[in-house]
Ligand binder design. Structure first.
Ligand SMILES: *Cc1c(COP(=O)(O)O)cnc(C)c1O
Length: 368
């Protein structure tokens, strides 16, 4: 079986280094807010070229805390609107509604699967305070036009960078493009911990300081609480693991890019729509390799018979979920089309050339 993502194999490569981090932490008896976190935060800020990286408990919290801090700092208030792509993982929206802000959905374009800028301006109202861009599947969602629009209406740009760690736009890393960014280190992400964790990056000193306090009960000094915060911290043991894996992320992303380039060059089947306009490899770190086809279940079952595992990211768009009942009647046909047709092929840094070849051959022989 060619696994969709072989997490065991991915982490096995670094097992000795990871075990050393775990035993360091066990031996130290220090589990939270210590040297391992400080080191990872410094390494991660440097990697992204930003002033501040703040470790938090997960990717959803990273986004929640950014918005919560903006509310505390008076940049936005309850009931304000945040623009977010309709085609995203539901966590992007949850971070907004959890703060009593209103997610305003914008359709993606069918080429990049990312926010369609031509549709964005019409959604801006007096209450709009920020645009949350999502670098979906690992593909950078950024342009000068986006920045111009944000400047014109005085909007913050928040990056949901859960899927594109290490990608760059004109030499700048995602996570250093907007006003603040949320990262996820969920085990299946490109930079995966061995459990939950996440981070916020920003160049904004006041925002960074506030988020740091908010994630620790709103406290800057033990038992002194300046704000009503949360408990959202990145454990020492996960920070240690992440510092190890950060050393390899560029190599791993390059391997993903190699595999994606082969898929794009060698898959030849007119029933399958491949990712398009991906010529600048640095702008895509291929968290997912997503193809579209009219009858994806046939393709998925066929590949499973050939022992190739695939997944669907994602089967139901946020606005069609029970959790967002109030949006169920809204219509986002491009988002819905994408959700009905996508299938994610196996892609990971530990896939062998032979395995990539098998996937390509199987798809090339697929006919309906
Ligand atoms: C994974 C993911 C998140 C949430 O991250 P968690 O660490 O699972 O909370 C948010 N947004 C997107 C686009 C994601 O893929």
């Amino acid at each position: 079986m060619i696994k969709f993502l072989d997490l065991q194999k991915i982490n096995q490569k670094y097992a000795d280094e990871l075990k050393k981090e775990a035993s360091d932490v066990i031996d130290s008896g220090w589990f939270l807010m210590g040297e391992k976190l400080n080191t990872f935060e410094a390494n991660f800020a440097k990697f992204n070229g930003v002033k501040h990286a703040i470790g938090v408990a997960n990717g959803l919290d990273a986004l929640r805390l950014i918005l919560k801090a903006y509310i505390d700092l008076g940049v936005m208030q309850k009931g304000d609107e945040i623009i977010v792509p309709a085609n995203t993982y539901i966590a992007s929206l949850l971070s907004i509604s959890d703060n009593n802000l209103v997610p305003v959905l914008v359709e993606p374009d069918l080429d990049s699967y990312n926010l369609d800028l031509t549709l964005l301006e019409a959604k801006i109202t007096k209450r709009t305070k920020a645009i949350m861009v999502v670098h979906l599947y690992g593909r950078v969602c950024w342009s000068d036009a986006l920045v111009a629009l944000a400047n014109k209406y005085n909007l913050k740009i928040i990056e949901d960078n859960a899927q594109a760690v290490g990608a760059t736009f004109e030499g700048k890393k995602t996570g250093n493009l907007g006003d603040a960014a949320g990262f996820s280190f969920y085990p299946g992400k490109n930079l995966g911990a061995l459990g939950d964790s996440g981070a916020v990056t920003t160049n904004d000193d006041a925002l960074a300081q506030h988020i740091r306090a908010l994630g620790n009960y709103g406290s800057t000094k033990k038992y002194v609480n300046d704000f009503q915060g949360l408990n959202s911290r990145l454990d020492e043991i996960q920070a240690g693991f992440l510092s190890v894996k950060l050393n390899y992320i560029d190599d791993e992303n390059s391997r993903r890019q190699e595999i994606a380039a082969r898929y794009i060059a060698e898959i030849k089947n007119d029933k399958i729509i491949l990712p398009v306009n991906t010529n600048d490899v640095k702008n895509h770190v291929w968290h997912l390799f997503v193809v579209r086809t009219e009858n994806r279940i046939l393709l998925q079952n066929y590949l499973l018979e050939k022992e190739v595992q695939t997944l669907i990211h994602y089967p139901i768009p946020p606005h069609k979920q029970e959790a967002y009942k109030m949006m169920n009647n809204e219509s986002y046909p491009i988002t819905e089309k994408i959700h009905n047709e996508v299938l994610s092929l196996p892609i990971s840094p530990v896939m062998s050339d032979d395995q990539v070849g098998v996937v390509i051959n199987c798809i090339n022989q697929f006919c309906i």
